[in-house]
Design a protein around this ligand. Structure first.
Ligand SMILES: Cc1cc2nc3c(=O)[nH]c(=O)nc-3n(C[C@H](O)[C@H](O)[C@H](O)COP(=O)(O)O)c2cc1C
Length: 183
């Protein structure tokens, strides 16, 4: 089972990355492989709505997204990791998700059908509803993309990497990875 995880936080050792690393450990523990892509560090521009991808499935903007389409097509499951920024995903994550529009309009769209996708989202508030719009956006977008929602892990954590002190959250991240790897 090949799991592809996307990290939408600019903090290299942040809570999103820490949780995704734990998801990856869970995937490996269950016999799968997990690659984490640091999409926040990549050059991924917003969609320009030019419709240049219609039919081809490839964006006309030639930057780092070019190299990701084949990885996405080859993956068996996905994890979208993003901090909550103003009750939504980070701008880096949103730009990345918008670029899946190309996939919808190309031949690889059918390859997404039925693949599992999960969300990992830390936030500073201690109020779980803080993540509701972020999780809701992904859940609805997954439906549109033909992906199967495999759960969301929302965790309170503010300072960079402090989630590693939250044993329960780390266990949940590990278990999420295991369950994705088991299909
Ligand atoms: C621009 C910005 C906006 C944020 N907005 C929220 C918010 O709306 N609600 C919240 O609880 N935390 C908010 N936070 C805090 C982050 O979600 C929190 O620190 C999270 O753990 C960051 O994840 P990271 O360590 O992976 O970067 C915000 C942080 C930044 C930088």
């Amino acid at each position: 089972m090949k799991v592809l995880a996307f990290c939408g936080s600019p903090r290299k050792a942040g809570n999103t990355r820490t949780l995704l690393d734990e998801v990856a450990r869970g995937v490996a523990d269950a016999g799968g492989k997990c690659e984490i892509l640091d999409i926040a560090a990549m050059n991924i521009a917003p969609c320009r709505a030019c419709k240049g991808c219609f039919g081809t499935g490839r964006c006309t903007q030639n930057e780092d997204m070019d190299g990701l389409y084949d990885k996405i097509a080859a993956a068996d499951a996905f994890v979208f990791g993003t901090p909550v920024y103003f009750w939504g995903p980070s701008a880096q994550m949103k730009a990345f998700v918008d670029r899946w529009y190309s996939i919808v309009h190309g031949p690889d769209f059918r390859l997404l059908k039925g693949k599992k996708a999960a969300v990992v989202t830390p936030y500073a508030d201690d109020e779980p509803s803080t993540a509701q719009h972020t999780v809701g956006m992904f859940e609805t977008a997954f439906k549109y993309l033909g992906l199967e929602f495999a759960g969301a892990l929302g965790v309170t954590a503010g300072k960079e990497g402090e989630v590693r002190n939250d044993a329960r959250a780390m266990e949940q991240a590990f278990a999420l990875g295991q369950s994705l790897a088991r299909g």
